[in-house]
Structures are given as C-alpha cells and as structure tokens.
Design a protein around this ligand. Structure first.
Ligand code: SF4
Ligand code: FES
Length: 316
C-alpha cells in the first residue's frame, strides 16, 4: 500500500490509486478541483487540466520531482510520493490560467443561468479567476437547442469536458450525441438533430459541471438557493429511486440524483423519476438533505419540516 504526502498530510492508499482519489481520501482543501473526471464514468478525466498538481518528490525509489505539473486525475501514486496542491505557487498560477482559458468563451451569464449556485466553474472562478477578462475577440456563438423533450443545450456554456458523452454512452442504451469538430469549433451536438431520448439520458444534466445542459421542467423557476433540498425515495422499476427533491413551498420544483461530497452522483436516476414524478404522493420523503460540496447552496440550513401529508421516515 503506497504511502503519499499531499500538502503535508499523509495517506495510505491502494496501489494504482490516482493522486486525485488519494487527496479525496484526505478531503477538504487538499482535494484538487476536477471539472471533467467523474469516478463512475470510464475514460473520464484528462480533458480540463483543472486538477493539475506539483509532484515535488516522485517516489521513495526515485525522489526526483516531476518537471511538469501533472493531471492528478490521471496520475497514479507511487510509494513515498510527495504532492503539492494548495501549497504550490506553480499550481495556483496554472489554475488561474486554466480558469481564464475556460472563461475565454464561457458567457458570464450567471445571473440568469440555472446552474448558478451549483456550478463548478462559478466556484472555481470565484477562487482562482481574474476580476477582469483580457479576452478581446468575439466569443463563440451558438443557438440554444432543444435536445429532446426535457433537455436544453446552451453550447456557449459548454467546457467540452465529455462527461455527458460518457454518461450517454455508458448509462443509456443508445448514444445519439458527441463532440463534433475540433479546436475552437468543437461542439456538443446530436447526430442530424436527433433528440436525446432514452430512459437515463436526464443524468447528463447532473454530470454537466456548468449550465450547458439544463432541465426544461425547472428552467427559470427559481434560483437554486431559494429551493429546499429533501432526500426522498420511491418504488421505481427502472432505477434505485433515490433522489433529491428541490422544493418551493410544498411543491416539487425539480428532481435530481444525490451527489456526494465530491459533487458526483452514485445512483443515477431514470427520466420518469426526474421529469415526471413531481407530486408529493409519488415520493417518500426522508428529510432535509445536507449539501456537502462547498457551494452557496451548502450555506443553507434546511431545517424546514417535511410537508405533513407526506409519509415520513426521519422527521428532521
Ligand atoms: S455539455 Fe456539459 S457535460 Fe457535456 S461536454 Fe459540455 S460541459 Fe461537459
Ligand atoms: S479533472 Fe483532471 S483533467 Fe479534468
């Protein structure tokens, strides 16, 4: 079992563990941001470079530092490795550059974007971004597209992380979209304007780190921090039926999968649970959800009682 040190904290992990996952074992500030890696999606990672770290000691056998910053989601640990994340000036400087590049084409439309408050790029630019853009060129422009009955694509917000492509590929029976073209012309697109329409496709909304894929049943209904998240489950034949209900008063404004401390969904939910079960009678409410990931929505203290007509498991 390799023992590694990240930002001065020691952890022992299984052989083959990546630096990112070793840091996640430690948790907190030690964890590098990750915009494209998603642990349940094969092949994810290695696209966005937000997770770069400095390897100041390669291993016990070969202590030479690695000359370049390394993508922590792709680099396996070695015994005796020493890694700097927050404690490295080089990393912080590189991260600033990456945020600036991601924002070169990303519109700053957070005030009207449904993802605001739970957007990884918003959080990242708050921590590492410049207050002013140095980008003078015309930004990429795309029409907003309806891809299927429930999902809207804002291509201008996409950071080409590939998560939605892997989700559709690995979770649904038929993938009908991908990244077309290359370089600054690259875009997420469906094949010949096909709709994204299969039982689990709604999960692309949950894995998208920005507001490029939004839920048409929730768009512009509320800012997410005005809603109250509740854990709930239902008896579903297609998925585990474990979800979060985002409530406005006694009404279900939207339904999402449950995200862990790293912002990843483990139990993906089906379209029926996400888009069609919007009545309290469809769900058994467990209680208020604690939002772990650092974000404006985790600042809320959701102590509101579960609506009284709902069957309760734990009344918080
Ligand atoms: S639409 Fe979202 S999930 Fe898909 S590639 Fe773009 S940013 Fe990633
Ligand atoms: S999370 Fe590692 S490159 Fe994107």
């Amino acid at each position: 079992m390799p023992i590694v040190i990240i930002d001065g904290k020691q952890v022992e992990v299984a052989a083959g563990t990546t630096i990112l996952n070793a840091a996640r074992e430690i948790g907190g500030e030690t964890v590098p941001p990750a915009m494209c890696y998603y642990s349940s999606l094969d092949g994810s990672g290695g696209k966005c470079r937000t997770c770069l770290v400095e390897v100041s000691k390669g291993s016990e056998k070969d202590p030479r530092p690695m000359p370049k910053l390394m993508a922590s989601c792709q680099t396996p640990v070695q015994d005796g490795m020493e890694i700097k994340n927050k404690t490295s000036e080089r990393v912080l400087d590189a991260r600033k550059g990456i945020v600036e590049m991601l924002l070169a084409n990303h519109p700053l439309d957070c005030p009207v974007c449904d993802q605001a408050g739970e957007c990884d790029l918003q959080n990242l630019s708050y921590e590492h971004g410049l207050a002013k853009s140095r980008y003078d060129f015309k930004r990429r422009e795309f029409e907003k597209i309806d891809i299927g009955p429930y999902i809207k694509l804002h291509m201008t917000r996409c950071i080409l992380c590939y998560r939605c492509v892997y989700t559709a590929d690995q979770l649904t029976e038929k993938r009908e979209h991908g990244i077309l073209k290359r370089g600054d012309a690259a875009e997420i697109s469906t094949f010949i304007e096909n709709a994204l329409d299969n039982d689990f496709i709604g999960n692309v909304i949950d894995v998208c780190p920005v507001g490029a894929l939004t839920d048409k049943t929730f768009r512009f209904k509320s800012r997410v921090w005005y809603t109250k998240p509740m854990d709930a489950h239902c008896d579903c034949k297609k998925c585990e039926g474990k979800a979060v209900l985002w409530m406005i008063g006694d009404e279900i404004a939207r339904v999402t999968g449950r995200k862990d401390v790293n912002g990843e969904v483990k139990d993906f939910i089906c379209n029926e649970c996400r888009f069609e079960k919007k009545e309290m009678k469809d769900w058994t409410v467990e209680g208020p959800r604690k939002i772990d990931k650092h974000s404006v929505i985790s600042q809320g203290h959701y102590t509101r009682e579960v609506p009284s007509h709902t069957p309760l498991l734990n009344k918080a």
